[in-house]
Design a protein around this ligand. Sequence first.
Ligand code: SIN
Length: 483
Amino acid sequence: MTVLNINETRAYIDGIWIGAHNGETFSVYNPANGETIESVADCGEVDVRKATEAASRAFKSWSRKPAKERAAYLHKAAESMQRAEEDLAKILVEECGKPMREAIGEIRYGASYFQWFAEEAVRAYGEVIPSNSPANRFIATKHPIGVCALITPWNFPNAMLARKAAAALAAGCTIVAKPAEDTPLSALALGKILEHVGLPRGVFNLIPSSRREEMGAWITQDPHIAKISFTGSTPVGRKLFELSAPTLKKLSLELGGNAPFIIFDDADLDAAIDGVMASKFRNAGQTCICTNRVFVHASIEETFANMLTERVAQLQVGSGADPNTDIGPLINQRAAEKVSSLVTSARSEGADLLIGGARATQGELFFEPTVIRSVTNEMKIAREEIFGPVVTLISFETDDDVIEMANSTEFGLAAYMYSDSVKRAWRVSEELDYGMIGINESAISNAQIPFGGIKQSGQGREGSKHGLDDYMEIKFRLFGSIS
Ligand code: SIN
């Protein structure tokens, strides 16, 4: 069996691996030790144009391929990812800092999107609509939107590109992808996989770059690009929205969150603790759907706080390469400073520290798993996305109070609630203003679900059948004079 080399540092444009036009490179660092891993092509405007022109040329034939043929490429991509999962996961551990176990989980998660959209590609059904006249026939069909720019984040550098690319390719779109500058190597490795499965040239292009802001401008101004799918912060999402107005690009935005995790007095406390641990500490708390505020009913708050602190004390902080590690480093200095300052601010506003609360000794970017109690919904730490391994406990008395507190944020991505009452689960979940709600379960992510938020958490859905629709337009045709 041939061994697939997935290590790459160049851009991928029109089926060719190539350095940036200006010859420049940027460094990628290992957040666990600060060492340089690689120097990667630093693409500029000329590279963007070359990539979008290639994607535009490739669109005609790719979009006309029978869906079944496109699906076959996606099935092969899923299989190749599964075969290369250990190598792909090692890249994630190095550039993103994830524990190996989580990195393997992310590669499987990414592969599952290729699998899912291979299966959905052949189901992009249209509609025959009863017409208003015996002479007319109405038909609505779905068509790929065109060249799509995929701008992907550093926290799931493989799975978020896989989630977008698989849907776009299944729909018949072609792609220009710009991975986050902290973690471009996972995207380049995925590019190697897609090259390996024989995707026609120009269908998938990759332009790593350290020039975040200029890239946003070049991509939004480019006339070849019909759609942008972005995962990242709400301020950057707003900027892309604004910059896309002159060319009216279609936008899918998966933005920030401030997830409430509500534990009622009738909840199974062991299950709720497991839920908080899984949701809060995944990727060291650096997930858009991570629990940000834990609301606990006042009557069980003390018991819950003690149980949780005991569990948090068992977490092992360390390099992702160590098989015993639960919590890796934060992605960069900016992230570590933000988490530190939010904890300091909460303490100065009157919150009590139960465990953790400081940078860990393992290295500059490591932060101790932390639990803070007596937090209020008005504190800065409850209003902002923490993006770090910090649990904030807020106590509540009534269902109505907690619903109001949970909803009082500009964000609306994910929420979680634990209760053994079916009535309460229906009523409360109906009133929570969030795009995704986990009831007695916090592991909500998978390829089958419509992943996405409301309010300032964005627009559009990824995964599920809706994820395919996000890359398609509806064309209506009226056939007249039939009878
Ligand atoms: C994210 O953090 O944006 C994605 C997490 C997930 O898909 O579960």
